[in-house]
Design a protein around this ligand. Structure first.
Ligand code: SF4
Ligand SMILES: [Zn+2]
Length: 144
């Protein structure tokens, strides 16, 4: 940023302490009010203090105390982004399609959920059981 404005700063011809000791703040503010580069001073100060914690904004600049500059900076700050509500998670199905009726898996699902068991599922279950007994396999037949 061009700092040529500082050459016209009213405070240049005074003791800088006036801007930094509370006892002379009123005097400092009075000088700032009549300063021809107050606007540029304000912008440069807010810029310089942009990362400064509010409690460490010291002295008078552009006629404002540190607290007043903090307030101004806060008022200028952009609104925080709107937080989108979290999407409601989809009901888990284990990432798989539910087995259709007429399969042993659907039969077991009906049992687990306490649902009434329809005939195609009952038939599928019985067929699977028959197959299980017939083959003597220790494992239930591969499910649909
Ligand atoms: S506004 Fe005040 S602090 Fe800023 S340059 Fe002018 S006299 Fe100095
Ligand atoms: Zn079924």
């Amino acid at each position: 940023m061009d700092r040529e404005w500082e050459l016209k700063a009213a405070c240049r011809s005074y003791n800088p302490e006036i801007w930094f000791s509370k006892g002379t703040w009123v005097q400092a503010k009075g000088i700032c009010i009549g300063c021809p580069v107050r606007e540029a001073c304000l912008e440069a100060t807010l810029d310089r203090e942009s990362l400064t914690p509010d409690s460490l904004r010291s002295g008078i600049f552009a006629g404002l105390t540190g607290a007043q500059r903090a307030e101004l900076a806060a008022a200028r700050a952009p609104e925080p982004p709107v937080v989108e509500p979290k999407p409601v998670p989809k009901k888990r199905t284990g990432g798989r399609q539910l087995a259709p009726c007429g399969t042993p898996s659907a039969y077991e699902r009906h049992l687990r959920k306490g649902e009434p068991i329809d005939q195609p599922c009952r038939d599928a279950h019985n067929a699977a059981l028959r197959e299980y007994r017939r083959t003597g396999s220790k494992r239930l037949p591969v499910r649909a």
